[in-house]
Design a protein. Structure first.
Length: 169
């Protein structure tokens, strides 16, 4: 196997799932390819998400808000892992994913919903980015080839609970 494909799902695909996709692609050491999508994509990437990624020297030119339907079609990349990163997406009916990927819920408060001055919004995006990057780093350090599916699922669920006390508000 060349590498693992990972899909991060959210509702709008403008903030959290975008942050996760970009971070995984930057840190995945070639063994992982990150993708993101939404059940109801906004059609644009949140400018605060782009700002925080740029500040962290993470490539943003290929990022776009898109529907999860793109990844359920014939010919789409086969997903090995699917992570929901918002509470709404976890409760929604997801398309059938070919190849039975391992799934987990890694809920993060939505920084795009924070109101107020730009400094408050930037702070919320930084919190979301910190939680997601920490979880992705934990994921990247798992001995994926040595864990059976059930143990792996339990480890991924555990990662999804890490940083849960972090609030984006």
């Amino acid at each position: 196997m060349d590498g693992f494909n990972v899909l991060f799902l959210c509702t709008g695909n403008s903030a959290r799932s975008i942050l996760a996709e970009a971070y995984l692609n930057a840190r995945g050491r070639g063994g992982f390819t990150g993708y993101s999508a939404g059940s109801h994509p906004t059609g644009k990437v949140n400018p605060f998400a782009l700002e925080i990624l740029a500040r962290n020297r993470i490539e943003t030119s290929n990022l776009r808000s898109k529907s999860w339907d793109e990844f359920a079609r014939p010919g789409a990349p086969r997903m090995h892992f699917v992570f929901t990163v918002c509470d709404q997406a976890a409760g929604e009916v997801c398309p059938v994913w070919p190849g039975q990927p391992v799934t987990a819920h890694w809920g993060v408060d939505d920084p795009a919903r924070v109101e107020g001055v730009d400094a408050d919004k930037r702070k919320a995006f930084m919190r979301a980015f910190t939680v997601l990057s920490t979880r992705i780093n934990l994921f990247l350090n798992l001995p994926l080839g040595k864990l059976d599916r059930l143990v792996l699922k339990n480890k991924l669920d555990e990662i999804g609970r890490s940083g849960a006390g972090e609030k984006a508000r």
